[in-house]
Design a protein around this ligand. Sequence first.
Ligand code: HEM
Length: 437
Amino acid sequence: MYWQATPPGPAEGFDLGGTDETLARLSTWFGAYGNVYRVFSPSRGAYFYVLNHPDDVRHVLLSNHRNYTKGEGMDRVRLLLGNGIMTSEGDFWRAQRRMIQPAFHRRVLARFDALIGAVNDRYAEVWAQRAARGEAIDVAAETSALTLEIVLRSIFGTDLQRLEHRLGANPFDVLATDTARDLRFAYRFRSLARLIGELAAQRRAGTEEHFDFLAMLMQARSREDGAPMSEAVLVDEIMTLIVAGHETTAAALAWTWYLIGRHPQTAERLQAEAEGARRANPGAAGPMGLEAAEALAFTRQVIQESLRLYPPGWLFTRRSIEADRLGGHLIGPRTDLFISPYILHRHPDFWDAPEEFKPERFASADSAERHRFAYLPFSVGPRHCIGENLAMFEMLVHISTMSRRFRLAPANDDPVEFEAQINLRPRSALMMTVEER
Ligand code: HEM
């Protein structure tokens, strides 16, 4: 095979990264240069490679993943999360992932049904009051507050209320109330680390049994030496779960409502599916379980299609350790690579009518024909999202619960603007009218 040393690329230099400008450039350059191109980074004095073909994605994220670290994009994330499993590398990452993975087993996640149900029921009551008053809701703010509550309660359990009581407010609310993700925010958020350390110390000193992620991570033992995580490591892992579990799910739900609001027929089908599931099991009291949620086939397709069009994790970065061959080109060691699910999810060679909202494309017969690596909202390979099943459970219950009870419609015709930073989020309020069915 013939290996071309240099792929095409724009003449001008540009520092790719988690910024709105990057998303705009990636879209334009994909049109101009296609599946693989390179861009000169003035700040690094080197070329970055952008990969838009699923075969190269498979190579980097799966087949040859050992040759890649997470690279460039993680420096900013590390300020916020420390050295948790999102940002760590090598043997340390592997050992931590092994210790944390059992906490995300389906049997464990199924036990969060009451918590997820209760938070959604409470929000449903608030939405009903807003509907009665004829007030619109900001779905971006609502889904942010709702997913924050679910993630915090799944991590801290009953300690969260005690903490709120003691401090007079929920100290982690800054995640929903302060939407900036700059250095100042990182500093404010990191100052919460002390509270997590204190909670862990109190639990160690007490005898109370807890069922939540903090308890599971405190009980986890290393396969190598049987030791628990040190306090500093535990704190970084908990901070990681809070941030990784909150903002992504919040953005995904906000985008899903945005799309549902613009497709009334979809809203009606969602309502019918939710109603049907309830009628099929009239005697079932209590919250929706994991299996029942996963059986909501159309609701799942709507969420999958929303994650295709607006993947919260819209840009992955990787850095090569040794030289490698990619997309017909040789790349050197320590080369920065960019993979954008946003671009891949709209690649015309792999998606029919990529700009259209068509949840049915995820019906099993259709999706079986698709390239497996053209769709990566939760990434693929060993570094794929540890929270995927939890996120899907949460989102299915939320969309189904609310669709059965309410009809949401856009409150105005304002075009929605993206904010493409660490996550792809709506830039401002997403106002929708809410009506009880
Ligand atoms: C819709 C919701 C979610 C989306 C779209 C999402 C997406 C992703 C993506 C794309 C990655 C890989 C990032 C990369 O390779 O650079 C990732 C990793 C991760 N996610 Fe999620 N995520 C979601 C929800 C969650 C939840 C609910 C949790 C936990 C409570 C979570 C915890 C993590 C962690 C810890 C990692 C790092 C895994 C590792 O490197 O071993 N995520 N997620």
